[in-house]
Design a protein around this ligand. Structure first.
Ligand code: FAD
Length: 386
């Protein structure tokens, strides 16, 4: 069952997806929800959470078994993301135990040897890796990045910095995109697999954000870091931006599914709240103008679901186009901003309290508009399809 809508009515899923949903839901209920308040006080969730998630069988569900994955498909990954969105602790851990988007980058772009080396470690929670595109001076404009990887014999020497990296404090492996000068007429961009404890890599202080949860976004600095050719993703220091675009195409629609789940959770929490809170001699729920807002939100969620499901089905079939993926991401994350804001408002002052998940959900929704590309960048992609 969904929080408001019934997942069994969604014909994109089969029994394996429904069972996997229960598995992920049990993990959040047992391992994450009871602990987030303590982790917030401690300043972050423990590194061990990745291993526990792996032991519960919920990491890398969409990767083939030969790479240590669950042997499922893109929809199993979507289910994991949705359950993150349905959990009241989801906003507090932010991107949390998700390393699957980075594993996917290796899966689609890595050599066979790189896939065999790294993917089982991701799936076992032994390696925490993250894609690194954003720099302090350039986010949306990837071509404006200043980090370079310069060839020196059979090595590359990396200099630069990356910002707003998810789980920076827990990172073992940086999937870093860097400009490789001198390989053609124009600068090329390659993706490099860099150990986070290699000489020359330093981690900055985590960013303080509006979310005030127990996730972590941070900076990393690279000063003369040497990597061998085996650490160039796919063996070629070219085509990194195209590879990132392919990876983002899939992860954006999964991100959209998570945002829609958060919308549903926000509405469910708000329904509970207004049904028990009394004012003007009755329940808040019975005030007509308030009830109309709830009805409107339910409608917006319901009419969004089929489009997201269509995109997920296309992603599984390998035929999801960039414009559709961008439409899903833009629409669902903007809807999440509107709905979490309205729901927080309907909680009155409680909607501001850091004790209540809805306040963090408002902040997380704003972050989701940025992560995986800002709304305006999604619009540009959609415009190219006109
Ligand atoms: C929760 C979270 C997790 C993240 N995790 C990672 C990570 O793991 N790895 C990583 O590399 N990055 C990560 N990021 C960074 C994220 O990818 C960037 O924030 C995003 O790409 C936008 O870049 P920016 O913040 O530099 O904003 P900018 O690109 O500077 O944009 C600023 C504003 O300019 C406007 N704008 C931008 N482009 C256009 C355009 N073409 N047309 C019109 N207006 C435009 C938008 O309104 C935007 O809000 C994360 C961010 C968040 C919030």
């Amino acid at each position: 069952m969904g929080v408001i809508f019934d997942h069994s009515e969604r014909d994109i899923f089969d029994e394996t997806h429904h069972r996997f949903r229960e598995q992920v839901r049990r993990f959040y209920a047992a391992e994450i929800e009871p602990n987030v308040a303590a982790w917030e006080k401690a300043g972050g969730f423990p590194r061990d959470l990745f291993r526990r998630a792996a032991a519960a069988g919920i990491l890398a569900p969409g990767l083939p078994e030969e790479y240590g994955g669950g042997g499922g498909d893109v929809l199993h990954l979507a289910v994991a993301y949705e359950e993150h969105g349905y959990s009241p602790a989801g906003a507090a851990i932010d991107s949390g135990i998700d390393t699957d988007a980075s594993a996917y980058l290796i899966y689609i772009g890595g050599t066979e040897e790189q896939k065999k080396t790294w993917l089982p470690k991701f799936a076992a929670g032994e390696v925490v890796g993250e894609g690194m595109f954003t720099e302090p001076q350039s986010g949306s404009d990837m071509a404006g990045m200043k980090t370079t990887a310069v060839r020196d014999g059979d090595h590359y020497v990396i200099n630069g910095s990356k910002a707003w990296i998810t789980n920076a404090n827990h990172l073992d492996l940086c999937l870093l995109i860097a400009c490789v000068p001198g390989t053609g007429e124009r600068p090329e961009f390659g993706v490099f697999l860099v150990d986070a404890d290699a000489p020359g890599v330093t981690k900055g202080k985590p960013f303080e954000t509006l979310i005030r949860g127990c996730g972590n976004l941070g900076e990393l600095f690279f000063d003369g870091v040497r990597v061998g050719e085996d650490r160039v993703l796919g063996g070629s220091p070219r085509g990194g931006i195209g590879l990132a675009a392919r990876s983002l195409n899939m992860t954006r629609c999964i991100y959209a599914a998570r945002s829609l789940a958060s919308c549903e959770l926000a509405l469910a929490m708000t329904l509970d709240f207004v049904k028990q809170r009394r004012a003007f001699g009755g329940r808040l729920f019975d005030l007509p103008t308030l009830k109309a807002k709830l009805a409107e939100m339910k409608m917006e969620i319901a009419v969004t679901r089929p489009f997201i499901d269509k995109c997920l089905a296309k992603a599984r079939a390998g035929v999801l186009g960039p414009a559709e993926s961008s439409m899903a991401k833009l629409w669902a994350t903007e809807l999440e901003v509107r709905i979490t804001d309205k729901c927080a408002h309907l909680h009155g002052a409680m909607g501001l309290s850091n004790e209540h998940p809805i306040s963090k959900m408002v902040a997380a929704a704003r972050a989701h508009r940025f992560a995986m590309g800002v709304s305006e960048m999604q619009l540009e992609t959609i415009m190219r399809s006109l």
